[in-house]
Design a protein around this ligand. Sequence first.
Ligand SMILES: Cc1cc2nc3c(=O)[nH]c(=O)nc-3n(C[C@H](O)[C@H](O)[C@H](O)COP(=O)(O)O)c2cc1C
Length: 171
Amino acid sequence: MKDASAQAEGAAPVSPQTFRDAMSHVAGAVHIVATARDGAPAGFTATAVAAVSDQPPMMLVCANADSETTATILETGNFSINTLAFEDAALAEIFAGRTGVRGAARFEAERWGVLATGAPALERALVTFDCRVVSAGVAATHRLIVGEVVAVREGLRRRALVYRERAFQGT
Ligand SMILES: Cc1cc2nc3c(=O)[nH]c(=O)nc-3n(C[C@H](O)[C@H](O)[C@H](O)COP(=O)(O)O)c2cc1C
């Protein structure tokens, strides 16, 4: 391939709005990414989560650098990924900051435990991945946080929560 940049090819650049519109067609599983520092939990709703490898097991979270939770994960060196069921859409709203609740207060609505690292593990999650940070790169506005999965807990089999067409749906 020669020069793959859109402008070099004469194509119109992709605006942030065009990109967001395009991404609205992509269904994403919805998770709560969480950590805790000195007993104070922090967490946010995330769809930019992916499995990286199984040997060793690793997961990637693309986390906004401005997020309070991102800063706390980078300090503690651990985080959990809690995959949500369809019935937990209200929890996704809370952890996305859409109800105005911030910080540790987001955790009051549900029961949380811990697995290996001490990061909060949502008891009613479909599955929880407990991770230790192994790298944290930078890409534009986000940190690419890769964690080694040191513990997992599988929950009850229920409909999964997905985000598509700017709405929460079940699958
Ligand atoms: C459906 C959905 C998916 C989201 N996915 C991500 C994500 O993958 N990464 C991210 O940094 N923020 C994501 N957000 C935004 C955060 O949840 C939101 O900014 C949150 O309030 C950050 O909280 P904090 O600043 O307390 O950490 C998403 C929001 C929604 C509604």
